[in-house]
Design a protein around this ligand. Sequence first.
Ligand code: SF4
Length: 222
Amino acid sequence: MRAKISEIFFSIQGEGIYQGRPQIFVRFFGCNLHCRFCDTPLFSFREYSVEGLLAEINKTFSFCRQVCFTGGEPLLYARFIREAGRLLKRQSRQVFLETNGVLPDKFEIVRDVVDIVSMDFKLPSSTGLGNFWREHKIFLEKARDKDVYVKAVIACETELQDLVKTAEIIKSVDGNIPLVLQPEFSCGDKVSRKIDYFRDIALKYLSRVEIIPQMHKYLGIR
Ligand code: SF4
């Protein structure tokens, strides 16, 4: 079994409620979506076997216990992740999954080996795509017994109705699941007022709503 991997590197988590946590990032090549704000440079890849990936992690990054599978969309390689996750857990490592949250059937394949799920809700007015409300709800129901939080990018174009729909869906699964509102970096301070207002609205539905920018971009690190 092999997977296309764009890069493997050590850094700190730059987004969401685990911001600042040291992680080994495994960035898979390719994505099933084309979000308007996508900033992930995916130009090249190397093919790895599960054993090859584990060997590289153990050789270069033995000091770090948490492995973040990211992309692109890592769930395009669900069976590979299940096998790699099984071996990583034998080494007492934690598996962190960053996903666009639209492939619930693929999530089912990796569920047992994943500890933490950073799940995006793709708001149509932010992404410029259609909606994935149905997929997001099914996905969140499958992930609810994990350490899961939802992340939504708030762009200049983001509409309130999409934020409300997001909050309603999360509440229908579990109102205690945290929601992170992430301002789109390129909007600068144009989204500041709106995002504050959105947080107040979301808090009418959910117990934990946080505004967290992408720290790595401000620090100029990967
Ligand atoms: S899901 Fe993520 S990687 Fe895929 S296009 Fe959207 S922002 Fe880019």
